[in-house]
Design a binder for this molecule. Structure first.
Ligand code: 1GP
Length: 231
């Protein structure tokens, strides 16, 4: 499963705190996307995470939990992504919450299922950047250095450039991707249709589509073909 990540070109991110009708969820799960990540920045609870997992599990698509709060660590996902926010101003988001979670679950974790993500937050207005107090005023060299830090120093399987809510600078994404050696470069933020999806897929290894699923569903769904068609 871990090696599969290396093949992923397109993933959808679903937020347990937002409503999605069954018909939409079915089309997302059967869309041909490589995986679904369950995660969000606020309002995530054990109950809404379990509910969403149960609905996704009717389908065969791989399903990953991106852990953002200790209260919502739900077993039964294929993989668990652990974000390490490299440019967080609040160190709780670098190692603090992780240490607390490992106090509780460290002995029972199946490490084969755990994948660390070296996050670089670049949209200062996003909820995630505000919560983590990220220093988003970074130039290309800064982003490249963080990418190396995640890839070479921490050996994270994923470097995640996060513009959540807005479409980012693809030059920065592309330069970051050239910098990493082993990690998969994920890009997420503001992909609202096929055009932006293709631009992002040219710059990154894997593109993540989140918000658009709740705002312009058909356009969001069309990003799968746009990205997969490029292969
Ligand atoms: C959010 O990177 C993802 O964590 C996707 O961003 O919601 O803007 O698509 P959007």
């Amino acid at each position: 499963m871990l090696t599969d990540i290396k093949q992923w070109r397109h993933v959808f991110k679903l937020d347990p705190d937002r409503e999605m009708p069954d018909e939409h969820l079915e089309r997302v799960c059967l869309s041909g996307t490589d995986a679904i990540i369950v995660g969000g920045s606020s309002g995530i609870t054990f109950d809404n995470t379990v509910d969403l997992l149960a609905r996704i599990r009717r389908y065969e698509v791989p399903c990953v939990l991106e852990i953002s709060t200790r209260e919502a660590i739900v077993p039964g996902f294929d993989l668990f992504f652990i974000p390490i926010v490299l440019n967080a101003g609040d160190p709780q988001w670098i190692v603090g919450h992780h240490q607390q979670a490992l106090r509780e679950y460290g002995a029972v974790l199946d490490w084969e299922q755990v994948v660390t993500e070296g996050y670089i937050m670049l949209n200062e207005h996003s909820t995630a950047a505000r919560i983590t107090q990220s220093d988003t005023a970074l130039d290309v060299q800064d982003v490249q250095a963080y990418s190396r830090l995640a890839d070479r120093l921490f050996r994270c399987p994923i470097v995640y450039i996060e513009y959540s809510g807005t479409f980012g600078d693809m030059e920065i994404v592309s330069r970051a991707r050239q910098t990493v050696r082993d990690a998969r470069l994920f890009y997420g933020g503001g992909i609202d249709g096929p055009e932006k999806a293709m631009a992002a897929a040219q710059a990154a290894d894997t593109v993540v589509v989140g918000n658009a699923l709740y705002e312009q569903f058909e356009q969001a769904l069309a990003t799968v073909h746009a990205v997969k068609g490029m292969q």
